[in-house]
Design a binder for this molecule. Structure first.
Ligand SMILES: [Fe+2]
Ligand SMILES: [Fe+2]
Length: 133
């Protein structure tokens, strides 16, 4: 079951970024199912690995765009990427020690969407649009 779907309010207008975000959202939904006991532990561990790979690849894409465009807030934004990846690695470590994922995953989703995509990523998208003119 989907706990959230990607909606137009989260679109940034860059097809590559938007499709990476949607892929991450889909993986987070898979992970939430794991938190509810919908999958075996090995399956959940695989989803955590997929999520970490997708997050890392996505952050690398954005940071490359920051560098190419001379984005002035690149450092603060990239620091948020490192925090999100660090938090994800903590979730994975806790899972390896048999902790349940449920509520922590929901909290992670909220932070990623509300704080990161809606604030940091939208700010970059506004800069990129302005730069294009
Ligand atoms: Fe970002
Ligand atoms: Fe992003």
């Amino acid at each position: 079951m989907d706990y959230f779907s990607w909606s137009s309010r989260l679109d940034l207008g860059d097809p590559r970024i938007d499709s990476q975000h949607a892929g991450i959202a889909a993986t987070l939904n898979d992970l939430r199912d794991c938190g509810n006991g919908g999958s075996d532990r090995a399956g959940c561990r695989g989803v955590l690995g997929t999520l970490a790979d997708r997050m890392a690849a996505h952050f690398a894409t954005e940071e490359e765009l920051f560098s190419v465009s001379g984005y002035p807030d690149a450092d603060a934004h990239s620091e948020e990427h490192r925090k999100l990846l660090g938090e994800l690695h903590r979730l994975r470590d806790e899972f390896d020690q048999n902790a349940p994922l449920g509520e922590r995953v929901m909290q992670y989703m909220r932070v990623w969407i509300t704080a990161h995509v809606l604030v940091f990523d939208k700010a970059y998208a506004a800069f990129a649009r302005m730069r294009k003119g």
